[in-house]
Design a protein around this ligand. Structure first.
Ligand code: IFM
Length: 391
């Protein structure tokens, strides 16, 4: 087993700024009530400064995403300047001796694809594979791990069931079609990426929720927890079969579930413990459970995201300590966890929540674009130093 990877994660649209060719940008312009991503954290320009910070925190790996709409701003036309930019970005990480995890799709689609129906279009999986092939040819020598798609279930639910993200549909059938199409895209991209570079690991970043029955002795609560667990956590793997070398686990929370007749099926069970600024429950034990749950596939696991909105950094230091302990507990029970990536390196554009949610180890002043490491960045650094002492 290689060294444990410690790092942080970002995604293109959330940090780069001026991603003018994607569907989110187009949607932001049409919806004045939604904050505009604008310059984001200006990472497209400041990536060297940001990686220098990550290195100073002793991160030995970094996860980022490529912006498909920069690389292919028009259908079939690949932008060499954008590819050259990403080459510079990945080269910088290699120069800093960091392992590189690259996500190919993190929620945004090129606008030309969106107007053709996005992931509902039968040709989208093939188009995705073509884009993946192009980036593998240009950048593959600098990549250690490919992540095809970030949180496909979240994307499909937010965009096609809850109607909160573009294209704001509320239709179970459409959501299901998107999930299946993404699974097809993932499987074909997996095969193609492995054919081009068998040595590069290819996987998925899967949002995993730990579901706990409110009354473990009650059959209906247990059944509901199993049903939600199957649908949200495992269905993806039933659709994609063996097309993964590893599983990336994005863990944010655990949910207690209660079966009910009214409202139908499930009742919200309030959480009275600690919460983040987005009101998400802070439940580190759920990470141990989530990792054990995913270990059923017997593939190496990486925590590819874990974090919280906490502007003043009051909770983040303990949050990091507690979640890393949760990783250790899973390891002690035999689960092969090989890395942890905090979400996020920087404050960034939190989708429909805009800029108010501050997830960064590093605070960003959006007026001046100045970076200020938070205390938690140093706490995480101390944990890394202790863990890697003598190695
Ligand atoms: O910011 C997001 C990220 O894009 C995907 N995973 C969850 C994060 C926090 O909501």
């Amino acid at each position: 087993m290689g060294e444990f990877l410690y790092g942080a994660a970002t995604s293109a649209h959330q940090v780069e700024g001026n991603n003018v060719h994607n569907d989110w940008w187009a949607w932001e312009q049409r919806h004045p009530e939604v904050e505009n991503s604008g310059r984001a954290a200006d990472h497209y320009r400041l990536f060297k400064e940001d990686f220098k910070l990550a290195k100073s925190f002793k991160h030995n790996a970094h996860r980022l995403s490529l912006e498909w709409s920069r690389i292919e701003p028009e259908s079939g036309k690949f932008d060499k300047a954008a590819l050259a930019h990403y080459r510079e970005v990945l080269t910088e990480l290699k120069r800093l001796d960091m392992k590189v995890l690259v996500t190919l799709h993190h929620f945004t689609n090129p606008q030309w694809l969106a107007v053709r129906g996005g992931w509902l279009n039968g040709q989208t999986p093939e188009r995705f594979v073509k884009y993946a092939g192009m980036v593998s040819d240009y950048l593959g020598d600098l990549v250690d791990y490919w992540i095809t798609i970030n949180e496909p279930m979240v994307y499909a639910a937010q965009s096609y069931w809850r109607g909160e993200w573009p294209p704001q549909k509320r239709n179970l059938w459409l959501m299901n079609r998107v999930i299946k199409q993404m699974a097809r895209g993932h499987k074909h991209a997996y095969r193609m990426l492995k054919k081009k570079r068998p040595e590069v690991a290819v996987g998925i970043a899967k949002h995993v929720v730990s579901y706990v029955p409110e009354e473990p002795d009650e059959l209906d609560d247990r059944l509901l927890a199993s049903l939600e667990n199957w649908w949200f956590n495992h269905r993806w793997f039933q659709l994609t079969g063996k097309s993964n070398d590893f599983i990336g686990v994005n863990y944010y929370f655990e949910r207690t579930v209660k079966a009910s007749l009214w409202p139908p099926l499930a009742k919200q069970v309030p959480w009275h413990g600690a919460k983040s600024e987005l009101d998400w429950p802070i439940r580190p034990k759920g990470l141990t459970r989530a990792l054990k749950e995913m270990w059923r596939y017997k593939l190496p696991l990486y925590v590819t995201e874990n974090g919280l909105a906490d502007q003043d950094d009051n909770q983040r230091p303990d949050f990091i300590r507690d979640h890393l302990r949760a990783v250790e507990r899973a390891q002690a029970e035999g689960v092969k966890v090989q890395g942890y990536f905090h979400w996020s390196l920087l404050d960034n554009f939190e989708w429909a929540e805009g800029y108010k949610a501050r997830f960064g180890l590093v605070a960003v002043d959006y007026q001046t674009m100045k970076r200020r490491p938070r205390l938690s960045a140093r706490v995480y650094q101390a944990i890394i130093e202790q863990a890697t002492e003598g190695s």
